[in-house]
Structures are given as structure tokens and as C-alpha cells.
Design a protein around this ligand. Structure first.
Ligand code: CTP
Ligand code: MN
Ligand code: MN
Ligand code: MN
Length: 374
């Protein structure tokens, strides 16, 4: 219907898992502003607000043209009053006062810096902030007792706050494949997380491991870890055993129960390569040959029958996953997790060997990994 003005109204589906969201889009100024507010809400442990801003950012990531007028957004979902006022502010003034004030605030800066330490979440950082701790030297002076993970996080802070390249991810992939192949031939290693979605850099590297004969994958993590340790590839690791049973109830929870390892790899650097971190420079000046960098790596092992669910669950993005689960619950009366899909009406688990089959069970059009960047 003609509405008398030129802006075409265009309809966007409500759930991010109904949309194709690529890495590049037309509205970075807006999505970065909304993402910063989402991050700030996460750091304040205000989950509801964080999700609202994440959804608003995702709407703009999927918006097909550069935004020049708020009227273009009519018919777009998930844009609340708050997000719209931020958008309006940017349209009128080139930036949002709230966003810029948040970006500069002492609390936001300190919380970002502290949660960038591996092993430090929003809760711990908030407690430290409360006690006046704003940076690493102050943390050190405070004499706080750190967990083993946090100690590793502090020791490798410079490396771990530098993003991982695709080339580094591929090198780590070769190391992981060699270790897995040595311990369990014909096991399969799949790169998941942001790199599977086509990202060119990431904060870590995620791998999903399985074996076509169900059961053979059990207890693989400790063996792979021992293999990697013997070759001096690990700076830190924490293993978790598989704790999943169908009896543990409907699989609606966000946390999965796979056998896994959260680790920090010691990645050798190519000879003659640029020194990567400040620690490297220091070491080289001391005459030590310290040509490696620390990289966060997640290893997850799943039984073959759960592979499609684990693959879907570990590919992300986090918002895309959240929206898939919300769709399943609200629109299909089903419970989706990284282990299984349960149909509450039929009271049975729905099997799937591929991601395509899971989308089909959910009556969703298949969205490939590169278009799950919500
Ligand atoms: N994930 C999960 N359980 C965890 C941690 C992560 O299911 N305990 C899932 C997330 O939902 C996400 C995927 O694993 O879909 C990858 O998580 P993460 O590495 O944190 O994010 P990426 O999308 O890979 O982004 P980045 O490049 O920053 O690593
Ligand atoms: Mn952290
Ligand atoms: Mn990742
Ligand atoms: Mn990860």
C-alpha cells in the first residue's frame, strides 16, 4: 500500500534464526554503539538489558541498506524505546551521548580490562572494582589470591588480548589433528565457533571432536592433552568430563555437558616472524629465543549421535543460538540444546545427522554458518 512517502516499508522476521546475517553489513556505526551498550549491560550482569541491545544490534546487522532516517526502520523487530533513541541520537548528532559516556566511564574501562583476564567474569571483576582495583598493577598490589586460570590469564594477558588470526587457527588445527589422530585414528576434528562462520579473527579457537563409532570418543580429552603436553604445546588446561544423560531432563539449558578442555596453547611462531607481544620483545632483548605466543583454545568432544546438535551449538553466534532456542521453545514447543532436540508435544527426542535436519525439524529455512553472524 502506498503510504505517501518514499521510504519503503520492509518486513524482517522477528527471530534472528529466521534471517541471514553476514559478517559485513551496512550499519556498523549503529551496531557498534548498540553492542557497546549490550557489553556494558553484560558487565553489569543485567542479562535482560544485554539481550535487548544484542537483538537490536542484530536487527541492524540484517538491515539491507545504510540507515539515514529512523522511518526506514518501520516494521523492523526488536527495536525498543532505548535502542531507537540511541539510533536517533546517532542519526542527528553522528554519535550517541550515552554510548560515548559509557565508553569513557571509569567503571566500563576497568571492567573491560579486568574481564579480559582469562578466568575473570563480570562478578569477580565487579567485586575487584568495588575494592578499588582498576588495572593489573593494582590487582597485583592488592595481594588477591588468584585461581590457577586467573594466574595464567595474568601471565599471558598481552597475548590473550590480541586477536587470533585465521592462519594461526589453521596452524593450531594441524596440531590438534595430529594429537587426536595419534590417540584415536579416524576421529574427526571440526573447526567451529567464529572461524566456522567465516570470521577472519577471533578471541580463541574452538574445535569439536567426534568419532563415527559411538563410545570410542569417551575419555579422549585426557589422552589428547597428555600428547600435547609432551610436545610442550600447552601453557594451561582444565579438563571436564562428560556429564550428560537424557535422564538429566529436558535439554533446555544453555550450558552443555560435553567432555571438554579449556586451554591456553603455546603456539610456535614462524622463524623470522615479527615478535608478537611485549613479552616477546623483552625476551628477545634478553637474548632468549621466545618465539611463541599464547592462544586460547577450546576442545569439545561429543558422541557421534549428538554431533549435528553440538556442531550447531558450537558454531554460534551466541545470539543466533539463543534465538534458535527461543524459537524452538516459543514457536515449536520443543527444547533445543547442544546435545539434542526434544519435542514436548510428542514427548520424544528428534534425531538428526546434519544441521539441515535440525533446521527442518524446527520448520526453519536452513541458514549456513556464514549467515549466522547475528
Ligand atoms: N559455547 C557453548 N558453551 C560454552 C562456551 C561457548 O556452547 N561454555 C558456544 C557459544 O554459544 C558459541 C560457540 O560456542 O556459539 C563459540 O563460542 P565463543 O568461542 O565464545 O565465541 P565465537 O563465536 O567463537 O567468537 P570469538 O571469535 O570471539 O571466539
Ligand atoms: Mn573473561
Ligand atoms: Mn571462539
Ligand atoms: Mn570458545
Amino acid at each position: 500500500a502506498s503510504s505517501g512517502d518514499e521510504t519503503a516499508t520492509f518486513s524482517m522476521p522477528i527471530y534472528a534464526c529466521q534471517r541471514r546475517t553476514t559478517l559485513d553489513h551496512r550499519n556498523a556505526v549503529f551496531t557498534e554503539a548498540l553492542s557497546l551498550l549490550a557489553e556494558n549491560a553484560e558487565l553489569s550482569q543485567d542479562e535482560g538489558r544485554a539481550v535487548a541491545f544484542r537483538r537490536a544490534a542484530a536487527t541492524l546487522k540484517a538491515f539491507p541498506e545504510p540507515l539515514t532516517d529512523a522511518r526506514q526502520l518501520r516494521g523492523c523487530p526488536c527495536l525498543g524505546q532505548h535502542s531507537l533513541s540511541v539510533i536517533q541520537d546517532i542519526l542527528e548528532n553522528g554519535s550517541s551521548r550515552e554510548v560515548e559516556a559509557t565508553r569513557r566511564s571509569e567503571r566500563f574501562k576497568a571492567m573491560k580490562l579486568l574481564t579480559a583476564i582469562f578466568g575473570v567474569g563480570a562478578k569477580t571483576a565487579a567485586q575487584w572494582f568495588q575494592e578499588g582495583i582498576r588495572n593489573l598493577p593494582q590487582l597485583h598490589q592488592s595481594g588477591r589470591v588468584l585461581t590457577r586460570a586467573q594466574q595464567a590469564g595474568v601471565a599471558h594477558y598481552d597475548d590473550l588480548t590480541q586477536s587470533v588470526t585465521r592462519a594461526e587457527a589453521d596452524t593450531i588445527g594441524q596440531i590438534v589433528e595430529e594429537a587426536v589422530g595419534a590417540k584415536l585414528p579416524s576421529a574427526r576434528v571440526t573447526l567451529v565457533g567464529g572461524f566456522r562462520r567465516g570470521k577472519l579473527s577471533g578471541h580463541d579457537v574452538d574445535f569439536l571432536i567426534t568419532h563415527p563409532e559411538e563410545g570410542r570418543e569417551e575419555g579422549l580429552i585426557p589422552k589428547v592433552v597428555a600428547h600435547l603436553e609432551a610436545r610442550d604445546f600447552l601453557l594451561y588446561h582444565k579438563n571436564n568430563r562428560n556429564s550428560y544423560t537424557e535422564a538429566s531432563g529436558t535439554p533446555a539449558s544453555t550450558m552443555d555437558h560435553f567432555e571438554r578442555c579449556f586451554s591456553i596453547f603455546k603456539l610456535p611462531m614462524p622463524e623470522g616472524g615479527e615478535p608478537h607481544s611485549r613479552q616477546d620483545d623483552v625476551a628477545l632483548r634478553r637474548g632468549e629465543c621466545r618465539r611463541w605466543r599464547a592462544v586460547r583454545v577450546d576442545l569439545v568432544v561429543c558422541p557421534f549421535s549428538q554431533f549435528a546438535f553440538a556442531l550447531l551449538g558450537w558454531t554460534g553466534s551466541k545470539l543466533f543460538e539463543r534465538e534458535l532456542r527461543r524459537w524452538a521453545t516459543q514457536q515449536k514447543n520443543m527444547s533445543l540444546s547442544s546435545h539434542a532436540l526434544y519435542d514436548n508435544k510428542q514427548r520424544k527426542y528428534l534425531k538428526a545427522a546434519t544441521e539441515e535436519e535440525i533446521f527442518a525439524h524446527l520448520s526453519l529455512e536452513y541458514i549456513p554458518p556464514s549467515e549466522r553472524n547475528a
